[in-house]
Design a protein around this ligand. Structure first.
Ligand SMILES: O=P(O)(O)O[C@@H]1C[C@H](O)[C@@H](CO)O1
Length: 276
C-alpha cells in the first residue's frame, strides 16, 4: 500500500477503534516542554505512536510519542504529545502525516505550538507569542509531489494560514487573563543545530520575530486541507548571539516547564471559546 489516502484511512480507522466515533473538535500539537497539557484531559485515551499504522515514532527528548484524546473545557480534543521534525530524518510527508490523519478523522481545527528562540529583542524567555505569519526559505515542502485533489488544491492560499478570528480570540483571552502575548512571525530552520548569530541577524532583517524547527510543515499541510490554524510559540530562549551564552535543549525544556501555567490557562480559555 503506498497511496496516502489509504494510509490515512487505515491510521484513522485504528484511532477510531480506540477512541470511538464521537467527533473530535480540535487537534493540538504540543511543542517541546509543552506536552504536559495532554495530562489535563478528562476521560483521556492515550495511544502510542508505535501502535498507529504508518505513524513515525518520536525520537526527541521531551516528546513522549503519544496521541491523547479527551475532553478539555467541554471540547473533545486530540493532543499530539510530541511531534515529528524534519531534522529527525523524516521526510516532510511523514512530518505532516498526523495532521492529515486528524483531517481524515473529521478534525478541522488545529492548534500548533512550539518552543522557539526569540529574535525580536523586545521579547524575553518565557513570553508566549501568537504566530501571525511564517517564513520558510528551505526548498522542501510537505506538499511537494503529486497533489491529492481530495485533500486540497495544487496551488493553495497561505494569506490566511493563521486564522484571523482564532488569533483575535487568543489575543482577547490573553488580555482578559493578564497573560503577555507577543505577536510575531515564526521562521522555520531545518535544525538540528541551533542557528548561528549571523543567521539570526539575517532572520531579523527578513522580518522574523522567532525561530524554530517545526510548525511550518504542519501549518502548510493544514492550510492545504483548509483547516483553521491557531499558532502559539513559547519563547524559551533568546536566539543565538543575542545573549552572550550558548543554547541548549535543557534550557528550552526548563522554560517550557516554567511557563506551563500561563500556557495551559490560555489554551484552556481559548479552547472553551473556540467555535466548532
Ligand atoms: O517541537 P518544537 O518545535 O517545540 O521543539 C523545538 C525545536 C527543537 O525540536 C527543539 C530544540 O530545543 O525545540
Amino acid at each position: 500500500m503506498d497511496k496516502l489516502m489509504d494510509k490515512m484511512q487505515e491510521a484513522a480507522m485504528y484511532i477510531t477503534s480506540r477512541i470511538g466515533s464521537d467527533p473530535v473538535h480540535i487537534g493540538m500539537v504540543l511543542g517541546s516542554g509543552l506536552g504536559g497539557l495532554a495530562d489535563e484531559l478528562q476521560d483521556a485515551v492515550a495511544i502510542s505512536y508505535k501502535d498507529i499504522p504508518y505513524f513515525p515514532v518520536s525520537t526527541v527528548f521531551g516528546h513522549k510519542g503519544k496521541l491523547v484524546v479527551g475532553t478539555l473545557e467541554g471540547k473533545r480534543v486530540m493532543c499530539m504529545q510530541g511531534r515529528f521534525h524534519y531534522y529527525e530524518g523524516y521526510g516532510m510527508d511523514q512530518v505532516v502525516f498526523p495532521i492529515q490523519v486528524m483531517h481524515a478523522l473529521g478534525i478541522n481545527n488545529l492548534l500548533v505550538t512550539n518552543a522557539a528562540g526569540g529574535v525580536n529583542t523586545s521579547y524575553k524567555p518565557g513570553d508566549l507569542m501568537l504566530i501571525v505569519d511564517h517564513i520558510k526559505l528551505i526548498a522542501d515542502s510537505p506538499m511537494r509531489g503529486p497533489n491529492y485533489d481530495s485533500l486540497g488544491e495544487r496551488f493553495f492560499d497561505m494569506t490566511n494560514a493563521y486564522d484571523k478570528k482564532l488569533s483575535a480570540l487568543a489575543r482577547e483571552e490573553a488580555k482578559r487573563l493578564g497573560i503577555t502575548l507577543q505577536e510575531g512571525v515564526y521562521m522555520f530552520f531545518a535544525g538540528p543545530s541551533y542557528e548561528t548569530p549571523a543567521e539570526i541577524r539575517a532572520a531579523r532583517i527578513l522580518g522574523s520575530d522567532a525561530v524554530g524547527m517545526s510548525t511550518v510543515p504542519e501549518a502548510l499541510a493544514a492550510s492545504h486541507m483548509r483547516m483553521k490554524v491557531l499558532g502559539i510559540s513559547c519563547i524559551t530562549n533568546m536566539a543565538a548571539g543575542i545573549l552572550d551564552q550558548p543554547l541548549n535543549h535543557t534550557e528550552v525544556m526548563e522554560t517550557g516547564d516554567r511557563v506551563k501555567e500561563a500556557f495551559t490557562l490560555l489554551v484552556r480559555n481559548v479552547t472553551k471559546q473556540w467555535p466548532v
